[in-house]
Each structure stands twice: as structure tokens, then as C-alpha cells.
Design a binder for this molecule. Structure first.
Ligand code: HPA
Ligand code: MOS
Length: 759
């Protein structure tokens, strides 16, 4: 049996011994926090009266906006979000006050005794209505190339209309939470479930009116995040930090599942208006697209998400004339936020929908149509980034091979000819995903590496471990450079005292950025150790080795010319220490080049692209609208993977998560802006039985002209696109029964039945 590479968290997880925030025993004197949540989505706030609630037994304190010592502001990119609203309630569930008690039940009872006076206003929920009222956080964004108007009018064929995609609940297993512990003076330590340690530290320092160095952020590991803790964790950390700072007691805030689903922001629903022009062979000529993002009550990350949607609106296709307009619209829903893919799935869904419609209209094979429109090497994207690798044609070929596509197509046709109650369909979803934060300054990272006297290592990075095993990947990098076995490397929590100013662990860049920083730290230590290694080899074996001929492997060092004469790494470390050689290093990395000019809509926002494609086959039941996912084939181009199994896990996990997004997960709110889908009984996420009957994942070890640490590529978000293949497969099956059908989003059984109506 092949030996699996080490997985740092695996054994801890399966034996139940990994530790999550607020899992630990309560601290002495610790208070539990409960929140008063706004009962309506939009209102003028007049008065909050806590007097009666404060008199309830066991209540230690209640804090509102009036108690904030610094700024009542938690907006980061745009400063539009108060910690507590003072004039206007902007979404249902917005925190208005925080109640502290050593007994959480008492705190909950006191919340109900707080009186609020408000004047209800009509909530704005619809994205188009918001757009008409010009309720944008910032003016419209634009990316343009060629002459769209002319190319459209000269196109042989044109399609126009609108396409919508829905929101999505993150459904991380660990709900939002924070434990804050006051220390000496103004010091405050936060164990907070965040992907963005720097942001929490900075924003909280403003809320409290203290210097950032007083605030220590520590993130041991998260029970999932998926973008939901990139920006959305800041508010809970600030509320908990405020409460601990004012009460001088440890405070813990843990949202219940229902609270979390009711009040936290989600994936942005998009509405897109399109015009596309093409010729009789299906060659794309022009695309005119307007993307509207429903951003919710505050800007949050909506601008960057909208931008990433725009950067992915042409996906893998070369379209000579393109205009992409984007507007992020404010509504009275909880502020929508980062979610795996960060707008790219919403953008790609539109163009893939159009490819499907074109294939249907011209009766072309959907893979052939896509293949002939792919980028070739040397093409430029609409924002003028050069396409260096252009792997899609090759990926399609491989996909057809591993799925035996022609045969599969025949099988589906045969099946459909012989069945009247059920139909099968095939769907395709290719991806080209840009890797880097589109906010260029975030593309930097640091690492701190210590070698202890026994030859073991302690590695700290700015990476937040949330199940993606950024810790294993960073340790693998150090392991390769210093020849350390994986069990000799401890990856520490993300702590602001060891690694300051850490960018969010997001944008799929966690391993690229932090792995490179760790690599640079390890290279320094190797550099420090080399002279000691030379002396030791000389002393011990009388070997004279050049530095570049000394190898570090299997916890030993040796000279290339004499590999039998080894010295234990721990011995080298002891020798170096005795010689007073530094055994720690700070590593820094920044992604080369990336930049983007927002005014001109031109630049190279991405370090590189990740490519892949998926093909799925489904069978739908025309009587119930239910479907069975029969086959999914995925070809994913990955560079030189640091860890095949972890990447495979990311690919399958992302596929299943997006499969849920577009076929099962339906976010419902009423016309008052209250989410009605607030727990698993009203919101269906995929389960273990939803895995396709046949699932084939092939990772193409590409030559990767463009890649990151040790030739690897990012894997977190790109495979999220593959789930769309199921959407298009269901659409294809519907069309087999009703060629006139139009499909909505998500394609739940109910939506399938609606599409079939009139057949
Ligand atoms: N991804 C995630 N977070 C971000 C990005 C991005 O591209 N840009 C700014 N914040
Ligand atoms: Mo994210 S959606 O954590 O970049």
C-alpha cells in the first residue's frame, strides 16, 4: 500500500481531540454574552431601554452603542457599518445590545426584557429595485474591450435576457464565536473564529480607542469558514472584545445555529442582464453584460466580490468585444459576504448558461462549442491580462477520454428514447480561476520558524487552519527544505504576537502565500546551518563539502559526494547552537507583479490561473422533479500538488458544495426581510448520499508554467465551479422532455417540475 503523506489534523479530528474555540472549559469568572437582535429589517431607531433588564437576577452588564469608548464603526473597506446602529436599523437581526451573565439562560431572559422603540420603514429587498434607486455603495464598475455595440449589431445571432443565481448559507459546522480575556492594563486576548486576524485587531482597536498592540488575536483552528469568517467574523469579535474590555471579565459569545443562519450574511444573489452575439458556427462575437449583486445592508466585501465576478464573466472564452458593468446594490438583508469563489461562481454561471443556450439554439455539441471558443496561448482577457497557459482545450480532450463522452452521449440518447417517465441529461462546467487577492496589497505573508535544541521545529504563519490543511501544506514546505520528518514540525496557532499584519486566509491563497513565507524562513535557517554543517562534516568524517553540495533529507545531513556519511539533524542543531548561530527566522513573501487599475479596468490582477472542467450525468424523475446524480468526471489542472489527498478533498468538497448551491439550497426570506430558512430542517445542504454514483477525479500534473510554492497551485475555490455541471445536466434532461423549458435557480425538484410544466 502506498504510504499517505502526513496530515496534521487528521488523527486529531477522527479521535475527537482537536480543539475548537469555546470548546475549552469555562474560565473562572467568565460571562456569557447574548445579543438583542433587531426585530425588523428597516426602521428608525428611537430608544433602547435596558433598565428593567439590568435589574433581572444574575445580569452583570448590558452594553449598547452608548458604551463604546472609541469609534462605533466596524466597516473596513468602506466605513459604513456601525457596531451597534444608533439611528437606523438596517437588517433584521442586527445586534442592538449585548447582555452579560455567568448564566447564559439568565442572559437570554434579560434580552427579552429590553425595550426598544422604533419607527418601522419599508425594507428594500429586491436588487433591481435597489439598482433603480441607485442604492450602490460605490459607482458602477466597468471592464471593456473592443466595440460591443457594433459587434452585436453585426452578429448573425443574438440572445438577450436576464439570469439569476441565488444566495447560499455557509453552513460551517462551527457557528460564529469568540472568547475574549482581559489582561494587564489595556491588554485583551481574543480567541476568535476569524479568517482575518489583522482586520479584527485593527477594527477592534478603533472600537475600543486603544493601540493595536494591546490586542492579541489567537486562532487555533476553525470548524469551517468558506469565506463566512473572512469579514463576517469581525462583528462578533468586536462585540465580545468590547464586553470583555468594559466588564474586565472573560466573555464568550457563541451564536446558535438559528441565530447564525438568521442574521449572518451569505453568498451574494446576482441578477445579470445580457446580450450576446455569435455566428452560425457558435463563434462568440460580443458580450454585453450587467451584473447586479445584492449586497445587503452594508458594503462588507461586496465591491471586491462584484469585481471578481466581473473578472470571471468570460470564464475560459475568447470574446473579441466585451463590456461588463457591475453594480453592488444595498438592500435590507444581512450584509452579504465572501463565500468560496467570491463572486466568480456567479459570474461564470452566467456565461456558462449562455453557452448552454447557444448550444441548444444551434444544436451544437456543448463541449465542441465550448472548445472552439476557448482562449489560446497569447490571448488577452477583457481586462488585458495575458493568458499564458490556456489549458482548456487539452482539459476538454482529457475529460472526453476519461468519461468516454461519445458513448455516454449515445447512452443518454438511447435512454431518453426509451423512457417517458424519466430523462437523463449531460452537463459541462469548465473553469479558469484567477489566483491572487484582487486587492493587490493583501498578497503578502509572513512566517516565523524556530528550531528547538532537540531538532524539532515550531512554525507560525498567518494562515488560519479551517480544515483545508494549510498547516500541513506549510509544514510540508519546511519539511522539504530542511529534511525534517512531518512529526518533527509543529504548526502553531495563528497568533498576532508571532505573525502580525496577517492577510485574510482567503482567495485560495493560504498555502501559496504562507507556504512561500515559510519557505523563505526555512531557507534562511538552512543558510545559517550550512557553515556549521561544513565544519561538522569536516570534523567528523574529514569531508570537505561545498555548501551547495550539502543535502538535508530524512532528518539528516550529508555531502552529495559521500551520502553514506550522515549527521543527525538534531546533532547539527546542537552544534550550531553551541557555536551561537541563530536558530529562528522570519520569512516574508509577496506575490510578484499583481496590479489592477480600477478606473481604466485594466491590469494583471492574478498571479496565475487554475484550469479544469467537469462533466455530470443525471437522471430526473418527471413525476417528482427529483434527480439522481449518476456520474461526475472532473479533470483538474493542479501544477505539482503538495499533497494529492488534501487537494482531492478540496476538489470533491467544493464540487459537492456548489452542487448544493445550484440544486438544493434555497434561501427564502419573507417580504419583511426575515430569512425563513434558518436551520437544516428548512435549508437542505447535500449529505453523504448525494455523492455521485460514479465520481472520477483526475488531477493533471501540469508542467505549470505559472504556479506558486514548489510548483503547486491553489485549490480552495476553483473546483467550486464543477457543481454547475449538475445544474446543466438537469437542464439538459428537462430539455429532453420539454425543449421549450426555461430553468430557474436553484434547480430543486420543485423548480424542475415548474420547468417541465406545459410539456
Ligand atoms: N478574494 C477574497 N478576499 C478578497 C479578495 C479576493 O479576491 N479581494 C479582496 N479581498
Ligand atoms: Mo474567501 S470566499 O474566504 O476568499
Amino acid at each position: 500500500m502506498r504510504k499517505l503523506p502526513y496530515h496534521l489534523s487528521g488523527k486529531l479530528h477522527v479521535t475527537g481531540s482537536s480543539h475548537f474555540i469555546a470548546d475549552e472549559a469555562p474560565l473562572s469568572g467568565m460571562l456569557y454574552a447574548k445579543l438583542l437582535l433587531a426585530p425588523v429589517a428597516h426602521a428608525r431607531l428611537i430608544f433602547i431601554d435596558t433598565t428593567q433588564a439590568l435589574e433581572m437576577p444574575g445580569i452583570v452588564a448590558i452594553y449598547t452603542a452608548l458604551d463604546i469608548p472609541g469609534e462605533n464603526q466596524i466597516g473596513h473597506v468602506i466605513k459604513d457599518e456601525p457596531l451597534f446602529p444608533t439611528e437606523r436599523i438596517m437588517y433584521l437581526g442586527q445586534p442592538l445590545a449585548i447582555v452579560l451573565s455567568s448564566d447564559p439562560l439568565k442572559a437570554e431572559r434579560a434580552v427579552k426584557q429590553i425595550k426598544i422603540e422604533y419607527e418601522e420603514l419599508k425594507p428594500l429587498l429586491d436588487v433591481e429595485e435597489s439598482d433603480r434607486a441607485q442604492q450602490w455603495y460605490v459607482p458602477q464598475r466597468k471592464i471593456e474591450c473592443g466595440d460591443v455595440e457594433r459587434a452585436l449589431s453585426e452578429s448573425e445571432y443574438q440572445l438577450s435576457g436576464s439570469i439569476e443565481s441565488g444566495g447560499q448559507e455557509h453552513f460551517y459546522m462551527e457557528t460564529q464565536r469568540c472568547r475574549a480575556i482581559p489582561g494587564e492594563g489595556q491588554q485583551l486576548t481574543l480567541y476568535t473564529a476569524t479568517q482575518s486576524t489583522m482586520e479584527v485587531q485593527e477594527v477592534l482597536s478603533h472600537v475600543l480607542g486603544i493601540q493595536a498592540h494591546n490586542i492579541i488575536i489567537d486562532v487555533p483552528r476553525l470548524g469551517g469558514a468558506f469565506g463566512g469568517k473572512e469579514r463576517n467574523a469581525t462583528i462578533w469579535a468586536c462585540l465580545t472584545g468590547l464586553a470583555a474590555f468594559l466588564s474586565r471579565r472573560p466573555v464568550e459569545l457563541v451564536l446558535t445555529r438559528d441565530e447564525d443562519m438568521l442574521i449572518t450574511g451569505k453568498r451574494h444573489p446576482f441578477k445579470s442582464l445580457y446580450k450576446i452575439g455569435f455566428d452560425g458556427k457558435g463563434r462568440l462575437q460580443a458580450l454585453d453584460l450587467t451584473l447586479l449583486a445584492n449586497g445587503g445592508a452594508y458594503a462588507d466585501l461586496s465591491i471586491a466580490i462584484l469585481e471578481r465576478a466581473m473578472f470571471h464573466a468570460e470564464n475560459i472564452y475568447r470574446i473579441p468585444n466585451v463590456r461588463i458593468l457591475g453594480r453592488a446594490c444595498c438592500t435590507n438583508l444581512p450584509p452579504n459576504t465572501a463565500f468560496r469563489g467570491f463572486g466568480a461562481p456567479q459570474g461564470i454561471f452566467v456565461i456558462e448558461n449562455l453557452m448552454q443556450k447557444i448550444a441548444e439554439q444551434l444544436d451544437l455539441d456543448p463541449i465542441m462549442l465550448r472548445k472552439q471558443n476557448c482562449y489560446r496561448k497569447g490571448d488577452n482577457t477583457p481586462y488585458q491580462q495575458g493568458v499564458v497557459e490556456a489549458s482548456s482545450p487539452h482539459i476538454f480532450e482529457r475529460l472526453c477520454q476519461i468519461s468516454d463522452y461519445d458513448d455516454l452521449k449515445r447512452k443518454v440518447q438511447m435512454f431518453n428514447a426509451n423512457h417517458t417517465d424519466c430523462k437523463q441529461g449531460l452537463g459541462i462546467a469548465p473553469v479558469k480561476f484567477g489566483i491572487s487577492f484582487t486587492t493587490a496589497l493583501l498578497n503578502q505573508a509572513s512566517a516565523l520558524l524556530w528550531i528547538y535544541i532537540d531538532g524539532t521545529a515550531s512554525l507560525s504563519t498567518g494562515g488560519v487552519e479551517m480544515g483545508q490543511e494549510v498547516s500541513t501544506k506549510c509544514a510540508l514546505v519546511v519539511s522539504r527544505i530542511l529534511g525534517l520528518p512531518m512529526d518533527k514540525i509543529r504548526v502553531e496557532s495563528n497568533n498576532s504576537q508571532r505573525v502580525g499584519n496577517a492577510s485574510p486566509t482567503a482567495a485560495s491563497t493560504g498555502s501559496d502565500l504562507n507556504g512561500n513565507a515559510a519557505k523563505n524562513a526555512a531557507l534562511q535557517i538552512r543558510g545559517n546551518l550550512l557553515p556549521a554543517a561544513q565544519s561538522l562534516l569536516k570534523e567528523r568524517y574529514d569531508i570537505t563539502a561545498k555548501q551547495e553540495d550539502i543535502l538535508f533529507a530524512d532528518y539528516k545531513i550529508f555531502a552529495k559526494q559521500d551520502p553514506e556519511q550522515k549527521i543527525a539533524f538534531s546533532e547539527l542543531v546542537r552544534y550550531a547552537y553551541n557555536d551561537r548561530i541563530p536558530l529562528a527566522a522570519y520569512g516574508y513573501y509577496k506575490t510578484p507583479k499583481v496590479h489592477f487599475d480600477r478606473e481604466k479596468g485594466i491590469g494583471e490582477p492574478f498571479h496565475y490561473f487554475v484550469y479544469g472542467a467537469a462533466l455530470s450525468r443525471v437522471e430526473i424523475d418527471l413525476l417528482t422533479g427529483e434527480h439522481q446524480l449518476l456520474d461526475t468526471f472532473i479533470v483538474h489542472e493542479n501544477g505539482q500538488s503538495l499533497h494529492d489527498e488534501i487537494d482531492r478533498g478540496q476538489i470533491i468538497g467544493a464540487f459537492i458544495q456548489s452542487y448544493g448551491w445550484c440544486t438544493m439550497e434555497e434561501l427564502v426570506h419573507n417580504d419583511q426581510g426575515r430569512y425563513l430558512s434558518v436551520n437544516p430542517s428548512t435549508y437542505k445542504i447535500p449529505g453523504i448520499r448525494d455523492i455521485p454514483e460514479r465520481l472520477v477525479v483526475e488531477m493533471l500534473p501540469s508542467p505549470a508554467i505559472q504556479a506558486s510554492v514548489l510548483g503547486s497551485k491553489a485549490t480552495g475555490e476553483p473546483p467550486f465551479i464543477y457543481g454547475l455541471s449538475v445544474y446543466f445536466a438537469i437542464r439538459d434532461a428537462i430539455k429532453a422532455s420539454n425543449p421549450e423549458a426555461e430553468t430557474s435557480f436553484p434547480l430543486t425538484p420543485e423548480a424542475v417540475l415548474k420547468a417541465l410544466e406545459g410539456r
